[in-house]
Design a protein around this ligand. Structure first.
Ligand SMILES: [Zn+2]
Length: 155
């Protein structure tokens, strides 16, 4: 697959970007390998994976420990990534859950969009204010749902 930069260079409109995001998702879903079993890592494998980054999340760099870290597939499980130590890097829970099963090209676009949005927030523009309000509204509803689910599971 082409790198994201090559893809983005062909885009000339917002609609084009939206189509690109849809197409990359379609490609990933088509290539998805289903029905493969996930196996768990041994304690020794987990220790060796964590040592690769000196107990830091490979995405954001936050300090993580042996019990709390997630072993993140470099090549995703759903795209055929193998259950081998060299296909894992340690990550924190947030980075691992947001990475989800996105293909590399999708992640590059998501990261670029995120950095661009951060610039809009810092510029205190109308667009930045609107994005901030919508994002906080979204986060609060996620938090509310999570709290409700936790309360339900304790009943
Ligand atoms: Zn992280």
């Amino acid at each position: 697959m082409k790198s994201e930069l090559q893809f983005l260079r062909t885009i000339k409109t917002g609609k084009g970007l939206i189509n690109l995001v849809h197409n990359l998702r379609k490609i990933r879903r088509k290539a998805s390998v289903k029905g493969r079993k996930r196996s768990s890592l041994t304690q020794a494998q987990r220790e060796s994976i964590l040592a690769k980054t000196d107990s830091r999340c490979h995405v954001c760099g936050i300090e993580i420990d042996l019990h709390g870290f997630h072993a993140d597939h470099v090549k995703t499980h759903s795209s055929g990534g193998e259950h081998k130590e060299n296909n894992y890097l340690p990550s924190c829970q947030t980075c691992n859950s947001y990475r989800w099963h996105f293909a590399s090209e999708e992640l590059q676009i998501i990261l670029k969009l995120g950095v661009w949005v951060k610039g809009k927030l810092l510029a205190d523009s109308q667009l930045g204010q609107k994005i901030a309000n919508e994002f906080v509204k979204h986060e609060m509803s996620v938090r509310k749902r999570r709290l409700a689910n936790n309360a339900k599971s304790k009943l």
